[in-house]
Every structure is written in C-alpha cells, then in structure tokens.
Design a binder for this molecule. Sequence first.
Ligand code: GLY
Ligand code: MN
Ligand code: MN
Length: 443
Amino acid sequence: MATQPEKARYLQHLARVRASYDAAMDVAGADTAVVFSGALRYAFRDDHAYPFQVNAHFAWWLPVTDVPDSYVIYRAGETPILVYCLPDDFWHLPPAKPDPYWADAFDVRIVSQPEDARSHMPPQSRAPIFIGEAQTKAQALGLERLNPRAALHYLDNARTAKTDYELDRMREASHIAARAHTAAAEAFAAGDNSEYAIHQAYLSAIDYIDADLPYPSIVGLNEHGAVLHYQARDRKAPEVSRSFLIDAGAQSAGYASDITRTYSAEDGLFADLIAGMDELQQAVCGQVVAGADYRELHVDTHARLAQLLTDSRVGKGSAEALIESGITRAILPHGLGHYLGLQVHDVGGHIADDKGTPTERPDSDPALRLTRPLSDNEVVTIEPGLYIIDSLLDAVRNSEHKDLLDWNAIEALRPFGGIRIEDNVRINGDTPENLTRNAFARL
Ligand code: GLY
Ligand code: MN
Ligand code: MN
C-alpha cells in the first residue's frame, strides 16, 4: 500500500529504537527484552477471531502489523532476533515472507508454531522483560517480568518524538486519507448518498476494507454530526442531506492519520460557522510550536470558540461569560486532541518525562489526553469542535446562564449536528508542519 521508505531511514529509526531499549532495559535491570506481536483473540466458544491488532511496541521495531505469534528478542548490543511465525496451515493464507528491506537488520528465525519461539531465547539472559499482551504463560515464553512500569514509561516517552522514518509514514498516512476524504466529500456533494454509501466511497478510493482503518470511521449526516463517536452507517439516505461530518484516517506501516472534515450543503449560519471554525483551527495549528504547553492551547481554543460564538451571535453576552458559565464546554465537550503515532491516541500524553512523572490535568478538562509541553518531532491532532448536543445544552437552558445563548440560533443549527475540523501537526521548532493540509494540497 505504502511506498517503501528509504532503507537508510528505516535503519536510522531502528538504531533509535535499539538505543531506547538499551536504556529501558537498563532502568529495568534487564539485559534482554522480548516484544510480542500479539495473538489472535477468539469469540466465546467459537472459532472466529477478532481482527488482529498488533502490539504497537512490536510495530515500532519493524513495519509488520499483520503477523501474530511473532517476537522481537533483543539482547543489549546484539543483532535483534525476529521469531517470525509462518504457520503450516492450509486453511489460511500465510503471512508474507519477511521483506529484506527490514529483515536484513534482524536475525530472522522462521517458526511454524508459536511455542517454538521459546527455543530462540538467548541462554542466560539476566532478568529478561516481556513487552506486550500475553493471554497465556506460554505466549510470554515463560517470562515473569511482564511489562515493567519503569521500562514502559521510558519507551512511552521515547515514542513521543518521531524519527524521520516515522514522519514519512505519517505523511503517507495523511496523504492516503486525504484521497479518501476527497472521495467521501464528493459522495456527500452528490446529495443522495447514504452514510453507508459515503463510507464505501471512502474505503474504495484507497482500496481499503474496514479492518485497514486505524480506527472506526465516524460518518454522520445532519444531526448525526453531533454524536461524538457516531458508529452507525445509515443504509438509507436522509430526505435532505444538509451537513456531513467525517472523522476517518488511514495508516502506513501501522502509523495513523486521524482527520476530520465538516461540510454544509447550503449557505447560512452553519456554513459560516464551518468557515469560522476552520479559521480558528488554523490559528491553533499555528501555535503548535516547540515548548508550547498543550493545556494552554486547549484553554486558548475555548477563548477563541467563545469569540466565534459571540461574533456569530449564537452567544450573547461576553466571551468571558461564555467560558466561565461552562457554555463553551457544553458546545465543545472533548479535548483539543492528542498525540498521534502507532496508536491513534498515542502514548505518553500524561507523563512529563521518561520516569513517568504524571503531568497535572486541568481541573476544567480532566479528560484532556495531552497534558504536557510539546517538543520537536512529536505529532499531535488539533481538533476543535462545535456541536448541538441536546443533553448538554438542556442543562444550560435550565440554568441561570440560559440568556447567554440565542436559542433560536441553536434551533436553527440543530438539524446540522455539529462541526469538527481535525489536522495532524508535527512540531518543528516554531514552524509547524501540518501533515494533513500538506497532503490535501498535494492531491
Ligand atoms: N478519531 C478519534 C479522535 O479524533 O480522537
Ligand atoms: Mn478523529
Ligand atoms: Mn483525534
């Protein structure tokens, strides 16, 4: 699916992964780490497996996301061993053979049964650690030190800053998703497509099936745009398609993009608010600079949203009053965004350092996923929103603050659902790289 990165970039990346493991093993007092790709999970009393989801720690080592029962066994300073499970199983298509572009960096040992991995453990390893999810003791190769916190904190922190290889993958993931978003926007613009049909247009534009997506897409027409994690796909088109919110990504070697766009079929207040939110979102993207504290960007977003509500006359009274009364948080109840990488909500957002010192979460926004200052080569999402969510707005309507909103405007907006605009942005000194806008521009 993806163009292969230059081998040199991958090798540079691998050197960084090895160095991170050297240090993580050091803090854990180990000389060997075993990183498991993961095992299939089966439905209760059934022989059907859920879609395989690779352990991100495994995918950090090598661009393999679809091979269960495999292990990287790394002993400090030595060539990592890759135990690669190619089952002797005529019922299923076996995984692809290891690709020399990355496999050359490993001592590859093909096994046909998961339990054979154990014989590849280096003898006399000192206090080896296991990183991953073992459903059974055998999957942990008999190791007892599973996921020690000190090592995980070190690795989580190390994974926040991306290597050149990883940034290439993430640019690619944005590029693939931008193509699919364009197809989805066209399917909406046709006017008579259902959510299901638009979703299919997204997938087929990039030859995806659902299981290829980094997370289940959110594809909502009209009021459904206000359901934050809307998971249905109406098979029937609505009578009138007024608005469309799509939050959907793509991936390259396991690295995700996470992109949201909102469209209006008609001019008017909702379309004006989309334009206002786009301007707001771009202003916040411009603040994604090294040293900026993401908590402050989140708070600043509420200030900008309050101003937009006032300027558009949805809000009455001052911008400050809209914030202090909690109204901006009823209209935008989620966080500004999160780290992005091998995991869509990537790790490390709540620790200040490689020791795992927790960062403080703002009292006003305890669910914010990213609560630390930003550093070069981290990738974050910036995803402000504006929604008409009845349960939250009813609480405002029934409160002493009810006069701070123009309820006629809220009524007019309700059939349009909501707005979210989400880009993926790399921290690069004081000139942020917007992977998503660049990807759309390159189409
Ligand atoms: N698509 C999940 C998120 O935006 O966080
Ligand atoms: Mn998203
Ligand atoms: Mn997101």
